[in-house]
Design a binder for this molecule. Structure first.
Ligand SMILES: [Zn+2]
Length: 266
C-alpha cells in the first residue's frame, strides 16, 4: 500500500487497485474515527466522513454500508442504495458483511478495527466489492463467497479480479483460545504457517491474512493480483484503530471502493 498524506485526511491505497482505471478506493487511518463510537453517529464522526470523502474524491452521500454482524451475508448494491448508512445507522443493509456492485456512483465501505477489510475489483467487467472478514467471517469463507458471487452473478473472470487485503490484526497479535483454535484447526491445520504452535493453555496465533489469501487463490484469483497490506492494526495503532489495543474505546477506520462514471474522478 502507499500512503496519501492528504492534509484533510491521510489515507492509504493498494498499489494493485490504483492501477485499475475507472475505480476509486481507500483505506482510512486513525486520523478520524468514521465508525459509531457510542452506537450513534456523532457530529464528529460525520465531519470525519466528510473530510475523508473530500480527501479521496467522492461525495459522502455516495457511501453505502452494511450492518456488520460477522456473517457471510453478501448484498448486491444498486445505484439507488447510495447513501444507505452514510450518515445514519438505520438505513444500513441489515446483517450484511459484504457489498458488491456493478453500478457507478455508489461507494461501498466496510468498517474495521482489527477485523480484515478486503476490497475486490474486476476492472474488465467493472465490478467491485468490499468485504468485512473478522475471524468468524474468515472462517465462514466470506471473501471466497464474494468472489464467487462476482463470477456467478456478474460474469467476472477470476483471473481478472484484483484483491487488496487491508490492515488488520496480524498473526503477531491474534491469539485465540482453545475453543476458537479448534475451529481453525479443523479447516486449516494442513496449511503450514496459518496456525502457530499451541501453548500450554491451548491458545495459538492465527494468520487471518493468509487464510483469506488462500481463499482467493482457491477460487482462481491470481497470486500476483492479491496485495496484502501486511500491517497489523494492534502493532500500528497510531495509524489504524485496534479493538484489541483500545477495547470499547476503539474507533473504526474504513475501506471503500467505488466505480466511477465517465465524467467522474481523475
Ligand atoms: Zn501485531
Amino acid at each position: 500500500m502507499e500512503k496519501i498524506n492528504h492534509i484533510l485526511f491521510p489515507f492509504y491505497r493498494f498499489e494493485n487497485l490504483s492501477a485499475c482505471r475507472g475505480i476509486l478506493h481507500f483505506v482510512s487511518t486513525a486520523a478520524g474515527n468514521i465508525g459509531y463510537p457510542d452506537g450513534e453517529p456523532s457530529d464528529r464522526m460525520l465531519v470525519a466522513r466528510r473530510r475523508l470523502a473530500v480527501a479521496v474524491g467522492f461525495r459522502p452521500e455516495a457511501l453505502c454500508l452494511g450492518q456488520q454482524v460477522h456473517s457471510d451475508h453478501i448484498v448486491e448494491v444498486k445505484r439507488q442504495d447510495a447513501g444507505r448508512g452514510a450518515m445514519d445507522r438505520e438505513s444500513r443493509f441489515p446483517e450484511t458483511d459484504a457489498l458488491v456492485t456493478k453500478e457507478t456512483g455508489v461507494c461501498l465501505m466496510v468498517l474495521a478495527a482489527d477485523c480484515v477489510p478486503i476490497l475486490l475489483c474486476d476492472p474488465v467487467k467493472k465490478v467491485v466489492a468490499a468485504v468485512h472478514a473478522g475471524w468468524k467471517g474468515t472462517l465462514a469463507g466470506i471473501v471466497e463467497k464474494t468472489a464467487t458471487v462476482m463470477q456467478d452473478r456478474f460474469n467476472c473472470c477470476a483471473a481478472d479480479i484484483r484483491a487488496g487485503i487491508g490492515p488488520s490484526i496480524g498473526k503477531c497479535c491474534f491469539e485465540v483460545g482453545p475453543e476458537v483454535a479448534v475451529l481453525f484447526q479443523q479447516k486449516w491445520k494442513s496449511f503450514p504457517g496459518i496456525l502457530g504452535p499451541v501453548n500450554s493453555l491451548g491458545k495459538c496465533h492465527i494468520d487471518l491474512w493468509e487464510i483469506n489469501r488462500r481463499q482467493l487463490l482457491a477460487v482462481g484469483i491470481r497470486e500476483e493480483y492479491i496485495e496484502v497490506a501486511g500491517l497489523c492494526t494492534k502493532c500500528h495503532s497510531e495509524e489504524f484503530f485496534s479493538y484489541r489495543r483500545s477495547g470499547n474505546d476503539a474507533g473504526r477506520f474504513g475501506a471503500g471502493i467505488m466505480l466511477l462514471g465517465d465524467n467522474e474522478g481523475e
